[in-house]
Design a protein around this ligand. Sequence first.
Ligand code: NAI
Length: 692
Amino acid sequence: MNAAVAGVIATNGVRIERDGDVAVVIIDNPPVNAASAHVRRGLVEALGTLRQDIGLCGAVIMGAGSSFIAGSDLREFGQALQDPQLPEVIAAIEGCGKPVVAALHGAAFGGGFELALGCDARLAAPRTLVGLPEVTLGIIPGAGGTQRLPRLVGVARAIRMVCSGERVPAVQALELGVLDGVVEEDLRAAACAHARMLAAQGARRRVRDLPLPVGDAAAIEAATRAALRAGRNQPAVRAAIDAIGLAASTPIDAALAEERRMFQELRIAPDAHALRYQFFAERDAARQPALAGVTARPIRRIAVLGAGTMGSGIAISALDGGFEVLLLDQDPDALARGRQRVLDHYSSRAHASRLEPGQMAQRVDRFAATTAWERLVEADMVIEAVFEDLAVKQEVFRKIDAIARPGALLASNTSYLDLDAIAGATWRPQDVVGLHFFSPAHVMRLLEVVQGRATAPDALATGLETARRLGKLPVVAGNAFGFIGNRIYAAYRRQCEFMLEEGAYPEQVDSALEAFGFAMGPFAVADMSGLDIAWRMRRSQAASRDPGARYVDIPDRLCELGRFGRKTGAGYYAYADGKDKAADPLVAEVIDAASASKGIVRRRLDSTEIQRRALLAMANEAALLLADGVAQRPGDIDVVLVNGFGFPRWEGGPVYWARQRGRDLLATDMDFLAALGGPGFDRGRIELLDKG
Ligand code: NAI
């Protein structure tokens, strides 16, 4: 009586169906089957039924909907956890006396994957992903993941997987020995048959009972070093390595207890708190209640205008997102180079086996390059990425307006320019939106979706929906110079320049901010991106500069010396071999002279002051953006800085950081900065940082 369903017992979030003598335990907790308290209770009850019912020989645990269990319920993590906790559920599986098979489809992450590791076997549908992403949330797997995974894959591989939070596709997980099978057709039936087979063999296959595979000490050492380096010494990464080490040194029950203790300690520590905040801020960023009920326009073909660095990256991103892509440039040589960049990208991915030949062919088939403007008529959406010059962009938008079909979405990738002035060059400003990608556009997830004065709601909705299809993390920004990210970054860099003038040198500022956790200090970043573009921009805006604002001319002086950064072998640093940077006495001379010319007596600035002032400048600018409505929510600002500007994720973002200081201290800080930096710093706005 295969697949016959007899008797359905429903518990909160979990129901049991019978497939003959096998209990099929189905977790049903939409939207992603998080292992919430009521689900854990339901599972323990279901396992009690399995143990007691002599008509049942084993069980299958599976998820309803689109996933197995996508993880724990993060909202619970900020408070005391309710019983039964996950280790208790897994102990109930291991102690029930009958084989239990996990049938995985969709996502099996975190606590969900740990639950599966507590079962006797794991079968998965082909598109399943498994992984332990806990360290990305500042914690470690706390329900046996660090003890059971190494028993299946060895210590070195477990370190790699746990410390990176990597998501492993089913086929690869099967090769690693994490899965017992990948099932193309009826996963539930296969899992029931597997449970019956194990029951007939009369033995359990608990992972906890397996010996640890013999490890290669050099491989473990290498994996440890690589994980610490990549994890920038974060406490969770170090704890994960220590916990996995216990699998080799400590009896499993004691090791499980120690893993749990470490998990509990990390869970309430500041890093985990900040990482959870960032997780929720990212989830909320794309939510636009004002767009409820607004339908996005259908988009199939995207034309990318400008085949430079950004244009070719955007084309790759759109091809990966499943769109048909037309790349267009006015200059045939630039077009040929851009086209080749796209094709080279796919050949190298195919070469590194990161793309199957079929997938590569599909993408290349959907790709065309042309200098013929009239082909813009084929596009549902045009993304402009030509030179950053208002007159050029306006001319380009005039041409687009004359050719594009009615209703096509017209997007600009401008970094700083006035979107309304660009939209004003067309007869359809309602169709114009900003899509500000970050470089490299096919790698960076952040995307600022800029709403102009006339942007229609369905045009904005289309920008957001396209971002989602591109796998991006969209944040809506209002139209203002530099939008959210570049505007805050400019305020941060300006404050760092003030500090140069007052007594610090580039290497001190950079190392203080790198010690805070930035991937790179601001002057190393400036050298990498080049000092000349900003120099040109400053010169073109010189006449409109606020005479009351403090202006530091050190970067101008460096540019006058031909020091444009890395590309010229010198900028804030010297690059003798073209790669490694070194502090340069000549730069110190330029800086000393700049201070002297303003009568500033240089003083020593310590790391704490450097960090605090740089971050406060960001927080102040964040408050300004909120006051002006350029950013809708404080969390949006933190998402932008963390995902686009190397702000350390475990510090939450500049607004989160400022909130941790508290209002009173922040008010005093702002007075201090106002005294040093002139207009623009105001204690009156800081309450906006608490919004939302
Ligand atoms: P790029 O100089 O590498 O490429 C610009 C391309 O546009 C060139 O191939 C050029 O031939 C083409 N072009 C210029 N005028 C044109 C016209 N009238 N018609 C058709 N094609 C034309 O520049 P990049 O770096 O790719 O930047 C493009 C845009 O992206 C700019 O608005 C820039 O501000 C923005 N952006 C750049 C970022 C970066 O990191 N480079 C980051 C985010 C945005």
